[in-house]
Design a protein around this ligand. Structure first.
Ligand code: TXA
Ligand code: MG
Length: 314
């Protein structure tokens, strides 16, 4: 298949492809998405095929207005308050789904994940398509999320109908996923919108930890965000210990890179790109010291942990 590269002035062409049941990669403020008509099961299946994504991992449905939301989900009070304050933005809400949403999107769950992105190109694409767009992050399943055009092209050239070529994604890290289907709200995936900010609107919000997460959010059990290089996370260790570890690996002919994260949007913006760059340089090991799990640091640490093959603690 030929993958068309569309400019941000050609969103109409991209929308036509979505209407025709094709898959188009598009920018959002978090990461690039791999989108298709959420109400067309055959189109949705193409997303899973292109990504190599297990079919039991549900997709987020992206909308551009609240009428679309009413059509696909039952909106409760808590959701209304969040939406009023935090949409459009990097927040995904899990709600009870309506029948119109195909089981392919939700992996047979009775709930649906919904997000109204802030990125203007994403919003325009949804608007012109006239349908909600189901979209996971644009990366081959298991790899670091695609956060710039080049990385999306690398994964999907020849596999999807088109890619909208835009700037590097603003946050570079996925949306925060909040489950509002139970009595108490749960943050299933920390993301670009901080836990602290969410707490302001959901005082009872808790961060989901532990094993039951796999049942609640099926995607959590899979390998995630991993470059070919092995990532080793050092939690609470002194810098000289990490350098020592590096020297040891280098003695056995391994190519090693230390990535120092910062608790900032500048770092989250480039993190997945840095992981992918290491693969281009044939790095064997990436060593990363931990940062404080506050603000965007919570999401950064969550992604690094999931990408790690080993965690070394004090
Ligand atoms: O920022 C983002 O959220 C990006 C952009 C493209 O919007 N999308 C994204 O999608 O990160 P994806 O598929 O890579 O991650 C979606 C996560 C997965 O962990 C999935 O299991 C979870 O959301 N999820 C989707 N639907 C769910 C549901 N009904 N219940 C619980 N978890 C759900
Ligand atoms: Mg993903």
């Amino acid at each position: 298949m030929e993958t068309k590269i569309l400019s941000t002035k050609e969103i109409k062409k991209a929308a036509e492809l979505i209407k025709n049941g094709e898959v188009v990669a598009f920018p959002t403020e978090t990461v690039y998405g791999l989108g298709a008509n959420a109400l067309n099961p055959e189109a949705v299946k193409k997303i899973f095929k292109a990504k190599g994504r297990p079919s039991d991992n549900p997709l987020i449905v992206h909308i551009s207005n609240l009428n679309q939301l009413k059509k696909i989900a039952f909106v409760n009070k808590k959701a209304k308050n969040l939406i009023k304050n935090l949409w459009p933005g990097p927040l995904t809400i899990i709600l009870k789904k309506k029948k119109i949403v195909p089981k392919e999107v939700t992996a047979n769950l009775e709930s649906v994940a919904v997000r109204m992105p802030k990125n203007k190109i994403a919003l325009k694409l949804i608007e012109l398509s006239g349908v909600p767009i189901a979209a996971p992050s644009a990366n081959i399943s298991g790899k670091p999320s695609g956060t710039c055009f080049e990385d999306v092209l690398e994964d999907f050239n020849g596999k999807i109908s088109a890619i909208i070529k835009s700037k590097h994604c603003d946050f570079g890290i996925e949306s925060s996923v909040v489950d509002l289907t139970e009595k108490n709200p749960v943050l299933l995936r920390p993301g670009a919108l901080s836990f602290e900010k969410l707490k302001k609107f959901l005082p009872n919000l808790v961060l989901h930890k532990g094993k039951t997460i796999a049942a609640k959010s099926p995607g959590m059990k899979y390998k995630h965000y991993s470059p070919k290089a092995k990532i080793i996370l050092f939690e609470g260790l002194a810098k000289n210990k990490i350098r020592e570890y590096k020297r040891k690996l280098e003695k056995s002919e391994k190519k090693v890179k230390i990535i120092k994260p910062a608790n900032s949007k500048e770092f989250s913006k480039k993190m997945f790109m840095l992981f992918r760059k290491c693969d281009k340089k044939n790095i064997d090991y990436i060593l990363i010291p931990s940062i404080e799990e506050k603000g965007i640091g919570l999401a950064i640490m969550n992604r690094i942990r999931k990408a790690s093959t080993k965690i070394i603690k004090k």
